[in-house]
Design a protein around this ligand. Structure first.
Ligand SMILES: CC(C)(COP(=O)(O)OP(=O)(O)OC[C@H]1O[C@@H](n2cnc3c(N)ncnc32)[C@H](O)[C@@H]1OP(=O)(O)O)[C@@H](O)C(=O)NCCC(=O)NCCS
Length: 238
C-alpha cells in the first residue's frame, strides 16, 4: 500500500479530495502533507499532519509513493513547485473525484479534478493542471500544462488555454476563445475574444488591465521547454 505526499498545505480542498478518493477505493495507506514553510510543520489539516519540507521526498521508494502538487493560488507558483517535485523522480498521483465523467477525454497522470467538475468529451488537458469544483471544461477544449480552472468557471466548447493559464472562479469563456500562455482571467470575467499571452483580463466584458513583459514570457517559455515531464508518456488515464 502506498503513501500519498501532498505538497503545499495552503489548500485543504486537496486533502479532502484525496480522502474522498480513498474512501471509495483505498489507494493510500497514509496521506502526508509537506510544505516548505516551517511555521506550518506539525499542524494538521483534516487529520493529516504537515510533516515537514518537500525535501522529505528524497529517497522515497517510487513503488510505494505517489506525489501531488496542491499549490493553485497562482500558476507561476504552481509551476515552480512542480519543477521542485520533478527532481525527486517519484510518480505523480491522479486525483480525480470519482463522480467526474472522464469518458472520451485525454488526460495526463498529474491532474487534479475536484467534485462536480465537468470534463467534456474530446477534451485534452496537459500535465500539472487543476480543475476546481463545478467548473466546466466544454467539449473539445484543450488545456496546456499547469493551467488552473477555478470553481464554477465555464470554458465553453473548443476553448484553448496555452500553458500556465489561470481562469478565476465564475469566469465564462465563449466558444473557441484562445487564451495565451500565462494569462490570467479574473474571477467573474466574461471573455468574448482571444486573450494574448501574459495578459490579465478583468470584468464584463473582459478588458486587459495588465501584461507580463516579453522578457518574462520568454523566460517562462524557456523554463517550460526544459521541464522533463518524464511521467507524461506512460501515464494517460483515459
Ligand atoms: C485577477 C486577480 C488575480 C488580480 O489580483 P490582484 O493583482 O491582487 O489585484 P487587486 O486585488 O490588487 O485588484 C486590482 C484592481 O482590480 C480590481 N479587481 C480585482 N479583481 C477583480 C475582478 N475579479 N473583477 C473586476 N475587478 C477586479 C480591484 O477592485 C482593483 O481595482 P482598483 O485598482 O480600482 O482598486 C484577482 O483579482 C482574481 O480575480 N483572482 C482570482 C481568484 C479566484 O478565482 N480564486 C479561485 C478560488 S477556487
Amino acid at each position: 500500500m502506498k503513501t500519498l505526499y501532498i505538497c503545499g498545505a495552503g489548500n485543504s480542498e486537496t486533502v479532502r479530495l484525496a480522502q474522498r478518493i480513498n474512501r471509495v477505493r483505498r489507494r493510500w495507506e497514509r496521506i502526508v502533507l509537506l510544505d516548505d514553510d516551517p511555521r506550518k510543520h506539525g499542524q494538521t489539516i483534516l487529520g493529516v499532519t504537515i510533516a515537514g519540507p518537500m525535501s522529505l521526498l528524497q529517497g522515497r521508494d517510487p513503488q510505494a509513493t505517489e506525489i501531488a502538487n496542491s499549490v493553485t493560488r497562482t500558476t507561476a507558483r504552481r509551476w515552480s513547485v512542480r519543477r521542485k517535485m520533478e527532481a525527486y523522480d517519484l510518480p505523480f498521483a491522479t486525483l480525480v473525484d470519482g463522480g467526474v465523467d472522464l469518458d472520451g477525454a485525454e488526460l495526463p497522470r498529474d491532474l487534479i479534478v475536484f467534485q462536480n467538475a465537468t470534463i467534456g468529451p474530446q477534451v485534452s488537458i496537459g500535465e500539472a493542471s487543476a480543475v476546481f469544483m463545478s467548473a466546466v471544461v466544454g467539449h473539445e477544449s484543450q488545456l496546456g500544462r499547469c493551467c488552473v480552472v477555478a470553481a464554477n468557471a465555464v470554458l465553453n466548447a473548443r476553448v484553448q488555454l496555452a500553458d500556465g493559464v489561470y481562469i478565476g472562479s465564475n469566469a465564462s469563456l465563449l466558444p473557441e476563445v484562445r487564451v495565451g500562455a500565462w494569462a490570467t482571467v479574473a474571477a467573474g470575467s466574461m471573455v468574448m475574444h482571444n486573450v494574448p499571452a501574459g495578459a490579465t483580463l478583468m470584468g464584463v466584458p473582459g478588458k486587459i488591465v495588465y501584461r507580463l513583459s516579453q522578457a518574462e514570457l520568454a523566460r517562462r517559455a524557456a523554463e517550460a521547454e526544459s521541464l522533463t515531464l518524464r511521467h507524461a508518456a506512460e501515464s494517460r488515464v483515459a
